[in-house]
Design a protein around this ligand. Structure first.
Ligand SMILES: *Cc1c(COP(=O)(O)O)cnc(C)c1O
Length: 465
């Protein structure tokens, strides 16, 4: 498999390079040259397999020739053995008829674990093969930080430096990061905001000599390996709900468009997926783009589903690449215009393509709270606010006459991770899941630093030695 950049002006790479590189040199995102096909008989086979076995089968063509099936199989087996549910990604039914796809049984209780548990192991494998090392640097305001730390802890060849804004992440989120006691994990509490943290990381990456010397790498959601890993649960869910004979629709709470993009990839590979519903909170750039054809930035407003509080959905570029018939130069010009003007009108064919395969809607904070309360009342269970965004849209925007396929709603976080919003909506405090219950008693490992690039550079240098 070869990978090309969405902006058409970067070297064509194989999987191992794409894995370590992240962003393409032309500023674009790597995508496979063609999508491998899953046949009807593949899908029938999958019904009898374990999750990690399906993962190996689905991912093998994406990782070849960098990794063989024999290289990949132990990595998927090991990655998904960290999930505490025997189905890894189980389904449960709601009284309303929807199926929840429970993506939160990994070590940090958010769907980020599904991709990152595998990504950490892929990094380690590829670095060992090359006899190389890498320094992962990231900034987090929540779920990504802890998932990346759990994915990379104690892995050979990797140092991880994770920045968070001091005093501006929840106690649970901070402790999920800082109580990890591993010599290759370095938590930094920056005296500043999340934007300050991101600016520091960007400035480190912009320093070419430093970047090359430290072999800086990233774990953010533009890494193709994360998207690929996420296609697997679309496959397993569709098969459980009746594929290949029966088509299935998915409703997905969306921030950076990584999760729902994986659904589109699964569909392009031949999984019978009917509708993909893009669900946003009140930060609704995607829902507005869908409605108006104009992708226009606006201010981020905080919400109870903070993993979706974003201005620009970086992975949307990969869909635009497909909708524009893979014309990299034209997309590069569009993205430059978007950067300059904070707004971009989609070409009529692209908009038509978007509307042909997707639906989109946004949920207000009141609707999210009402949905959490309704599920608590009728199904006597708690769902987190991100899941509630998707369920709100799936219910409110159902086609006239109802859905004609089974509907699977992506449940992206354990309710205990966002206990405050759940308590507010229901009066019930979610029970702390086991990985969270012991956090309060453990020592924290974190270095406080000022919002200063030179100080951070010294810190990274000493972490690598
Ligand atoms: C990251 C995240 C999302 C958004 O996923 P994208 O791939 O960025 O669209 C939704 N819910 C939770 C809980 C998350 O952590």
């Amino acid at each position: 498999m070869h990978y090309l950049s969405t902006r058409g002006d970067a070297p064509v790479l194989d999987f191992g390079d794409v894995l370590l590189e992240g962003l393409a040199a032309d500023g674009g995102l790597y995508v496979p040259r063609e999508f491998p096909a899953l046949s009807v008989s593949d899908l029938r086979d999958f019904a009898g397999l374990e999750y990690h076995e399906v993962a190996t089968r689905v991912l093998a063509p994406f990782v070849a020739p960098s990794l063989s099936v024999d290289d990949l199989a132990p990595l998927t087996q090991d990655a998904y053995s960290t999930f505490t549910h025997s189905d890894v990604v189980p389904l449960s039914a709601l009284t309303g008829g929807e199926h929840l796809v429970e993506l939160f049984w990994g070590p940090t209780l958010s769907f980020k674990d599904v991709a990152l548990q595998l990504l950490g192991r892929l990094f380690e494998h590829e670095l060992a093969r090359r006899g190389s090392f890498m320094t992962v640097v990231g900034a987090t305001s929540g779920d990504t930080g802890s998932a990346a730390i759990e994915a990379c802890r104690d892995r050979a060849g990797i140092e991880l430096v994770m920045l968070h804004p001091a005093g501006r992440v929840t106690e649970i989120q901070r402790r999920q990061m800082t109580t990890v006691d591993s010599p290759n994990i370095h938590n930094v509490a920056v005296d500043g905001t999340f934007d300050d943290c991101q600016d520091l990381v960007k400035a480190l990456f912009a320093d070419r000599p430093f970047r090359e010397r430290m072999r800086l790498g990233a774990v953010n959601s533009i890494n193709w390996a994360r998207v690929a890993a996420q296609t697997v649960y679309y496959v397993t869910t569709a098969v459980r709900l009746g594929a290949p004979e029966q088509a299935v629709s998915f409703c997905v709470p969306t921030g950076n468009f990584g999760n729902v993009l994986a659904g589109d990839v699964a569909r392009r590979m031949g999984v019978p997926i009917d509708r993909l519903v893009v669900a946003t909170n009140h930060n609704d750039i995607l829902a507005r783009t869908y409605r108006t054809g104009e992708m226009a930035m606006s201010e981020v407003r905080p919400s109870t589903s903070p993993a979706m509080d974003i201005q620009v959905s970086s992975n949307f570029e990969r869909l635009l690449f497909e909708l524009g018939d893979r014309r990299g130069a034209a997309l590069a010009a569009d993205m430059a215009r978007f950067r300059a003007e904070n707004s971009l009108a989609l070409a009529p064919e692209a908009l038509a393509g978007l509307r042909a395969g997707f639906d989109a809607g946004s949920a207000s904070e009141d609707e999210v709270s009402a949905t959490i309360a309704a599920v608590n009342e009728i199904d006597e269970r708690l769902i987190d606010p991100h899941t509630a965004v998707a369920l709100t849209v799936a219910r409110r925007d159902a086609p006239a006459g109802g859905w004609t396929t089974p509907v699977a709603v992506m449940s992206t976080a354990h309710p205990a991770k966002f206990g405050e919003a759940v308590l507010e909506a229901t009066g019930r405090q979610p029970e702390l899941a086991p990985p969270l219950a012991s956090l309060a008693n453990r020592d924290e490992h974190v270095t406080a630093l000022p919002n200063d690039l030179a100080t951070l550079r010294d810190f990274v240098r000493s972490a690598v030695q």
